[in-house]
Design a protein around this ligand. Sequence first.
Ligand code: PLP
Length: 385
Amino acid sequence: MFHGSTIEISAAALRANLDFIRGTLGKARLCSVVKGNAYGHGAGAFIPLARSLGVDRFAVYSASEAFYVLAHVKREASIYIMGDVDGPALEWAVEEGIAFNVFERQRLDMAIHAARTLKKAARIHLEVETGMHRTGFKLNELPEVLEVCKANMDALEIVGICTHLAGAESLSNVPRIHRQKTKYREALAIAERVGINVGLRHVACSAGVLNEPDILYDMARVGILQYGFWPNRETEARYRTAHGLTDDPLRRVIRWWSNVMSVSTVPAGGYVGYGSAFEAPGERRIATIPVGYAFGYARSLSNSGHVLIRGQQAPVLGIVNMNCITVDVTHIPGVEKGDEAVLIGAQGERSISVSSFGDLSDQLNYELLTRLPHDIPRIVVEKHD
Ligand SMILES: *Cc1c(COP(=O)(O)O)cnc(C)c1O
C-alpha cells in the first residue's frame, strides 16, 4: 500500500529472453536461478510468469529463499537449493521434496538421517570442487562419498552432479576454467567407475552457456540472462561478434518508476539538498522524487545518476537522500507533480540501463538489482510502454 515506486515485469521481454536461452541450450534443460528475490525482480511476480512460459525448475541459494519461492511455485515445479541448508531447514527441504547440494560428508550423513526419519528420500545434487574453492567434494573424496551414496540409495535420490565455474565471463580466466572442465570430467569418470547413476550433469551458469558451450551437458543454471542482462560487457561483445548479432537479442524484463512528488525552483547560487554538493549556477527548476538509497537507489548516483521524465533525461542534483532524490528539469517543459519518473528502463525513445545507473564494475548489474527492496510492489505487464 502507498508505495513511492513500482517495478514492472514485462512478459514479452521474458518470453524473448527464454526463447534466446533455449536456442543456446539445445538439448540441455533450463534451471531458472531466482536467488536474491529473482535478482530483484520479485520472486512473487517473476516465478508465476516464468511458470506460465514453461519454466519448471527453479534454483535458489538458501533454504530461506526456498521457503519464499515455494509459496509461488506450488507443487508443479521443482526447487533446488544450491548453498545454505542445514539443521531443521534440511529436514524441511527433505519433507518438501526440495533438492539441495551436498558438498561435505556431514551434510550427506544429515540428508540420509533425515530421509530415514521422515521416510522420504532426500533429493540431492553432488557438488564437486573443481577450482572455484568455495564448496564441493574434492576428487579424492569422491569415490568414498559415492560408495556411501550407493549403500544408501533407499534414502537418496541423486538428482544431479554439478560444479560451478569461477568466472566464465572473462577470457583472462580461460586456463582456470579449462582446468575445471577437466576435473569435472574426471568426477564423471569416477562416478562411472563406482557404477552409480548421478542424474543430471550440470556446470554452466549464464556466462558458461554463452562462452563454454561444450559444458552444457544435461542442464544449465541460468540467472542473469533470463532477466535480459549480459553477465558482463566482454561476454556480450564476444558472443555478439561470434554470432554476427547486430541487435541485442536480450530484453530487459524490469522497469522501475516513481512519480514527481513536487516541483520547485532554486535561485542562482542556491544549494540543492544537504550541504554543498550542488550549487545552482543559474536559476533551476527541480523535481523531487520519493526514491532514495533506502529503496535501492544507490548513493553513488549522487550528482551523477539520471531519471527519465517526459521522455527526457533529468540529472540527479546533489546527494541521494535516504528517501528521495532531486533532479534537474529546467530543460524539460511542463513538468508537474505526478509525472512519471523512470529510474530503470525505457520511457519514450530513451532508456536508463542498470549499468549506466552506476558504471563501476561488471558485478554491478547483479548487485544493484538484488538490492532492490522486497517491499516495492512488482506488477506484471505484457509489454513495457
Ligand atoms: C548464481 C548462480 C548461478 C547463476 O549465475 P548467472 O551468472 O546469473 O547465470 C548458477 N550457479 C550457481 C551455483 C550460482 O550461485
